[in-house]
Design a protein around this ligand. Structure first.
Ligand code: SF4
Ligand code: SF4
Length: 68
């Protein structure tokens, strides 16, 4: 059971209406999961996400959330 849970990818939810593309979350992400595409943030490498929640905590606009 634990092994199956460890392999499950996190779910990163971006609210594009709230995101202003400031790049704070991109800069704080320790494993380079995120990037700016156009004027909003996007996920470029979901498998690298460690669920550390830094993006979620640092976003000033509540535009990104990370769920297990
Ligand atoms: S910190 Fe928030 S507003 Fe800024 S790019 Fe990331 S999700 Fe968008
Ligand atoms: S939870 Fe952590 S590792 Fe995952 S995208 Fe956010 S900052 Fe990056």
């Amino acid at each position: 059971m634990a092994e199956a849970a460890a392999k499950k990818l996190p779910n990163i939810v971006i609210n594009e209406r709230l995101c202003k593309g400031c790049s704070i979350c991109v800069d704080f992400c320790p494993t380079n999961v995120l990037e700016i595409r156009g004027s909003v943030v996007a996920v470029k490498d979901l498998a690298a996400c460690t669920r550390c929640q830094l993006c979620d905590l640092r976003c000033p606009d509540f535009a990104i959330q990370v769920f297990d």
